[in-house]
Design a protein around this ligand. Structure first.
Ligand code: DAV
Length: 379
């Protein structure tokens, strides 16, 4: 821990105010998960055909630990307090009274699970059985913040049952056999693996713009999840959004705020829906399409896409951390007036994402602002 910011304050309203305290994930023991109704891994070319599960290769893990530690040190050198989660043995079988699952996943991407809104940190429901217990990795930190900050609101969304009722039968087998065009139809019908049996969401499907929260319907966030968030945050405006993508999961490689008045959108997942464009235009926000990613295919054993190129972490509204190989993305952001900090991070992608995924805000200075005073009916 750096000497600065000794006093614990939990508060963050958006993705760009000056960052003072952050959680950076850990790679230890991250797994290729055993199959489950929510997700199936199938990577025969890398030694993990369907049904095989186990820890990601040790040599990959070592490299990722180094990249994560270096990133944490970089943030600390800039006066940002960094905390790390406590990994569990993710290779263990887990169960509830309703089900058994052969393995867990990991705790590299805290952003997936922890949603910070003001002085609240909310543990998301998640929708994978392999991730049901992931919150335990963050409990040592949350317990500490609870003791140290008397204003910290510690919340957890209702733990889901994740029984057979939660998932559409045989979804992935049928989906994976379809053409890209057929798969896109699922997106416009908002029809993926989850049923509406219970509310489900991942925190990483939420993009925070002060009073306005943009929440993506996805393979891990259902209508009930968004409805739950709407009731839970009555002082916010929750906008449900979808993008042109076959199997969406998490908004932070698709639609990313950079500073008041400027957001980055994924040019491969275009066009944006008319209401999203209209809301931004009406409130004088510019949306720019991201640059072309450095990679043309996913990292080995990765479920994350090449669009991690735009999974950036803002340290303040002028300073942005970008993956070090993403030259075009860095250039574009420099042209837009940002100071760009290159961070080597591509090796981290199979462990659950990029620079934004790998972090969760504890404290950013600033207050809750209304950046979209002109609203659109029904959105
Ligand atoms: O587009 O590959 C990655 C984000 C994972 N937390 C994507 C989403």
């Amino acid at each position: 821990m750096s000497k600065e910011n000794k006093k614990t304050v939990v508060c963050s309203w958006n993705e760009w105010d000056p960052l003072k305290h952050v959680i950076v994930g850990r790679a230890d023991g991250t797994m290729v998960q055993a199959p489950e109704p929510a997700i199936q891994r199938d990577w025969p070319e890398y030694g993990y055909p369907f049904g095989k599960y186990g820890p990601l290769p040790k040599e990959m893990e070592e490299k990722v630990k180094e990249q994560l530690d270096n990133f944490a040190k970089l943030l600390e050198r800039r006066g940002i307090r960094v905390d790390r989660p406590t990994p569990l043995d993710f290779s263990q079988q887990v169960q509830t009274p309703d089900w058994k699952q052969e393995s867990m996943f990991g705790c590299m991407p805290p952003r997936d699970l922890l949603l910070t809104v003001g002085n609240e940190i909310l543990e998301a429901t998640m929708s994978f059985r392999s991730r049901w217990y992931e919150y335990l990795c963050y409990r040592p930190l949350l317990e500490r913040y609870f003791k140290e900050d008397p204003n910290f609101r510690w919340e957890a969304a209702p733990k889901p049952r994740l029984t057979e009722r939660t998932y559409k039968k045989n979804f992935w087998n049928e989906f994976n056999a379809k053409s890209k065009e057929e798969q896109i139809k699922h997106t416009y019908a908002k029809d993926w693996v989850l049923t509406e049996a219970e509310p489900l969401f991942d925190a990483a499907d939420v993009a925070r713009f002060g009073k306005d929260l943009f929440v993506q319907r996805s393979t891990v966030t259902n209508a009930g999840g968004i409805s739950w968030l709407r009731r839970h945050f009555p002082n916010h405006r929750i906008h449900e959004v979808t993008f042109k993508e076959e199997a969406p999961m998490h908004i932070d490689a698709t639609f990313v705020p950079l500073r008041p008045g400027l957001a980055l959108s994924n040019k491969g997942r275009a066009p944006l829906t008319p209401e999203l464009k209209e809301l931004f235009k009406k409130n004088d926000w510019e949306i720019v399409e991201c640059a072309t990613p450095a990679h043309d295919k996913k990292h080995k054993l990765s479920y994350c896409s090449i669009w991690l190129s735009m999974n950036v972490l803002m340290l303040d509204s002028k300073t942005v951390c970008v993956e070090a190989e993403e030259n075009a993305q860095m250039k574009q952001l420099e042209k837009l007036g940002f100071d760009v900090i290159p961070v080597p991070f591509w090796a981290v992608s199979p462990f659950g994402g990029g620079l934004h995924c790998a972090t969760a805000d504890v404290y950013r200075e600033g207050t809750c602002e209304d950046y979209f005073p002109k609203q659109i009916k029904g959105f």
